[in-house]
Design a protein around this ligand. Sequence first.
Ligand code: GDP
Length: 468
Amino acid sequence: GTIADTLTRGVENVTGTLSEAFLEPTLRLGVTGLSRAGKTVFITSLVANLMDRGRMPGLVAQAEGRILSAFLQPQPDDTIPRFDFETHLGALTARAPHWPDSTRAVSELRLSLRIRPNGLLSGLQGPRTLHLDIVDYPGEWLLDLGLMDKSFSQWSEQMLTRLETRPGGPALLKRLKATDSTAPLDEGTAKALAEAYTAQLHEAREAGFSDCSPGRFLLPGELEGSPVLTFAPLPPNAGAGRRSLWREFERRFDSYKARVVKPFFRDHFSRIDRQVVLVDALGAIHAGPRAVEDLRQTLTDILTAFRPGGNAFLSQLFLGKRIEKILFAATKADHLHHLQHPRLTAIMEALTRDARDRARFAGAETQAFSIAALRATTEQMMDHGGQTLPCVRGTLLDTGRQAAFYPGALPEDPNHLLGPARKGAEAWLDGDYSVMRFAPAPLTLKAGEGPPHIRLDRAAQFLIGDRL
Ligand code: GDP
């Protein structure tokens, strides 16, 4: 009960937490990308390959034999859904393997690694533990950052302009313009407009457009049907009174920002240390030049989130903390023979150049890679009309047929895909690419081996290697 006691206890508490933080540091790894980019497959294969490290020679601590074990533990955040690792791995490793269900919302998984220290300390210290907290979230949600500094009328103006050039856009535009937004709010009308707007976003996504924000319209989760998702852009209407459709949509838009966008950035995004941004670059290239240009623009928008200095709302959340490393990975590289991988990486570098320059400016280290989290093909050279083509062999998802395919060529100079120099008429990946929907290959894993991949070990080295 003396003051000295209290002080000592105080000191013990402090040293207790300090030594825990020192001995068992945590690293939060964010995994994002637009839907179908490959987040679920990436996390599942990464975790499986960190637990069974037979295919991870590119991870230096593994090559040095210093990773003693890796195991899943309860995650620190009780209210975030757990990433369903076991079910997803079960899908990929089943006797008739299938692709797992994709990311619909934020989820989390803790993988703890026991590591033997290297260098001078190795003889003096016992093994230490690093907790890797992997946070999976839709890239669509990052795009919502662009809403934060906009009013409903500014946002509406931008969206109405966007509709002019989008599939299904002009018809919807006509309908929105014909709506009497000064009329008192009618829930039936509100719902019909929101549904039409959402349907148009889906249509644009199907056609290969990347920016289909607001993000929760495409991936609503538990907010489906709620008022924060029941609005649409409207032409300006200064005369709209208090209970009008226009005012109510304005109120819902503001509520979407305050109750949906802000909490995501505050509770999840601002706590991330390392980030991987997965990109289905091959899909966009196949969809054509407009889709590639849209992807480039969208990546630039997504990545403004990684430069908190440029955004008042974010710099408040980050308060000097920053994301240390960002990996941009073109996924599904197993659709290409490795001879074509350098071109894919060059395209990925070109696609993210603006964004990477900015991130570097903000102090984050960045890197572009081509990877396949789950390799579904093998390589094969094939003669075709006197030419030898680098092909990949795999099993088609629809027919179960096994065959070798040549997806087509990627441009040698990535600038031919992008910007003003782009050759509009040229079709890249116009070979077999459109039929190349592969099923995951049946796996017979040897003990201590994770699923086959391309460069997942190098990606892991970049993202967490310095902390092992
Ligand atoms: P998410 O929406 O970002 O979670 O995307 P998923 O991880 O669910 O991946 C979407 C789809 O892309 C999968 O169902 C597969 O068809 C395909 N895919 C993802 N990763 C790979 C890969 O490494 N190789 C191949 N061949 N296909 C992949």
